[in-house]
Design a binder for this molecule. Structure first.
Ligand SMILES: O=C(O)Cn1ncc2ncnc(NCCc3cnc(NC(=O)Nc4cccc(Cl)c4)s3)c21
Length: 270
């Protein structure tokens, strides 16, 4: 990564390559830092969009949070700079792109692969919680893969509309915990709920409370209307883990530590 994080970067320090994805607030480009040859992903955000949607505080908070996080399963924000019209985020490049594109290709993941991703996500979240960073609005679009297929949480941004659009792309409730959708005060345990949602989606290919209309998804979340289809055939341990996470009372959800000790994780990850 670029050596001196305090350095004032400018566009002249970079050679911009192909677009990696386009967002509501700007695009992400494969980019090379000229002096070191180091490859990064450069996210270009238009200032007038930030002004229009009044996102200054959110973007500033993201930069404070992300520049302080350093974990193998959290996408790095190396630094940032700006010019007249744009703000540029210098991000770690995730060569494997979006995890959920892999999910769509294979419809659902093997139990082993799903467990590996859930363990990485849990470790990343445990690290974030340690640094008092919660509720990272985790959803498959925000999970990227590096060149070795390692999961990276990249969700510190606003909704990054990725190229491979999802039908439930913007404003999906699917991943939100009951206390979130009810707009109640939420705490760290919202992330535990989301681990359960993602575990279900990795194994069955769709999130557990998916419904045609948002109102139905809302109702299903509030009821924790969880059912396991008979196909694909999923192990009892996996269902057990999901059932211990998708619990309405946030204080009763399995802790991140306990997830790492769950038989399904131990069996598939070590
Ligand atoms: O480009 C793709 O679609 C996928 N892709 N493929 C490879 C790859 N390698 C690295 N990064 C990617 N994408 C960027 C991921 C982000 C991380 N952090 C962000 N932060 C943010 O957008 N913040 C933000 C924006 C606008 C307003 C506000 Cl308030 C905050 S975006 C990659």
């Amino acid at each position: 990564p670029p050596k001196n994080p305090k350095k004032q970067w400018s566009l002249n320090d970079f050679e911009i390559g192909k677009p990696l994805g386009k967002g509501k607030f700007g695009r992400v480009y494969l980019t090379r830092e000229v002096k070191s040859g180091f490859i990064v992903a450069l996210k270009v955000i238009f200032k007038e969009q930030i002004e229009k949607y009044r996102l200054h505080h959110q973007l500033r908070r993201e930069m404070e949070i992300q520049t302080s996080l350093c974990h193998p399963n959290v996408l790095r924000l190396y630094g940032w700079f700006h010019d007249e019209q744009r703000i540029y985020l210098i991000l770690e490049y995730a060569h494997g792109g979006e995890l959920y594109r892999e999910l769509r290709k294979t419809r659902h993941l093997s139990e082993k692969q799903a467990a590996i991703y859930i363990a990485s996500l849990t470790q990343a979240l445990a690290y974030c919680h340690e640094k008092h960073v919660i509720h990272r609005d985790i959803k498959p679009e925000n999970l990227l893969l590096d060149h070795e297929g390692r999961l990276k949480i990249a969700d510190f941004g606003w909704s990054v509309q990725s190229r491979s659009k999802r039908h439930t792309m913007c404003g999906t409730l699917d991943y939100l915990a009951p206390e979130m959708v009810e707009n109640k005060a939420h705490d760290y345990a919202v992330d535990n709920w989301t681990v359960g949602i993602l575990c279900y989606e990795f194994l069955y290919g769709v999130p557990p409370f998916e419904a045609e209309r948002q109102t139905d998804t809302f109702r299903r979340i509030m009821k924790v209307d969880l059912c396991f289809p008979s196909t694909p055939d999923v192990s009892g341990e996996a269902k057990n883990l999901i059932s211990q996470l998708l619990v309405k009372d946030s204080s009763k959800r399995l802790s991140l530590q306990k997830i790492m000790e769950h038989p399904w994780i131990i069996k598939n990850v070590t």
